[in-house]
Design a protein around this ligand. Sequence first.
Ligand code: NAP
Length: 302
Amino acid sequence: MAEQNRATVAVTGVTGALGGRVAPRLAGLGVPQLLVGRSPDRMPDLPGAERRGPAAYADADAMRKALQGASTLILVSGHRTGRRLEEHATAVEAAIAVGVDRVLYVSLVGAAPVATYLNARDQWATEQFLAGAGAGAGAGIRYTVLRAGFYTSTPAALADEEFVVSGPASTGRAAFVTHEDIADVITAVALDQGPRSEHDGATLEITGPEALTVGEAVTRIAAATGRPYRFEPETVEEAFARRWRRGMSGEQIETWISWYQAIERGEISAVTDVVPRLTGSPATPIADAAWWPAPNTARGVA
Ligand SMILES: NC(=O)c1ccc[n+]([C@@H]2O[C@H](COP(=O)([O-])OP(=O)(O)OC[C@H]3O[C@@H](n4cnc5c(N)ncnc54)[C@H](OP(=O)(O)O)[C@@H]3O)[C@@H](O)[C@H]2O)c1
């Protein structure tokens, strides 16, 4: 193994979809890791990896303890709580306090102060905090923002029991990307462990190979899975009313409708070369995704 790959990488979110894919990749490459999270008992058992915690992002003491000895922190954004900026900022400050050299923050495409997708707003706020921490922390912590594209799996998870995906989006497009490609890019950036990296201070938008309408994405998922997925566009008014009748909370309704609206407004449509440039392989077309979730399993859907 090259000397440059030996610094210890702390990885959060390892009980989840992204961190749970990054940690095995790093373990397979012989990178020493600290797996940091709220439930060490649910973390994977990986060679060269030490489970640390319990440590929630908002718990400064626990995060400082868990991050002791790490050079790089891969900070996977936490669940939306209404306090996500504070939680992420506390985690970053803990990293700075114990001498972590750089933070790779896993954000979201479309992150902006007035992003249509509600989940993208506090991602942007965290990015700003991180840039400020990098500029103002004495020696300055190095950081890279990795904006993950919308998952290829999400349209399948949004389908109802009849495999129908409904939402207020018709002509807008999104460059859906697989979890595997996102994990490969995060891993590649984490491995770039020299004293300086071309990714320092960069924002990398990790996208799939083409921008698809939700209808096109659903058609391709149907072909790939052999299941009768179909897309039914609805008006914003129909979208609110139907979700309310299904018993979703107001917050869930607003969040999921904003997901479709962000696509409709073209905020997620950019296609970048980040996956091929950093991994050496083309981005995976939606039809070739490695797995599909069951219908009606999107987080926050009643
Ligand atoms: N790109 C997309 O389309 C997309 C889709 C969905 C979500 N996201 C965003 O990307 C993030 C990661 O995605 P994912 O698919 O890996 O999500 P996921 O499967 O829900 O996993 C989230 C991980 O973050 C951990 N976590 C959440 N809040 C935390 C906190 N306050 N303190 C410590 N750990 C915390 C969770 O730990 P526990 O096991 O303890 O809960 C879990 O390991 C999500 O949290 C969300 O912000 C992106």
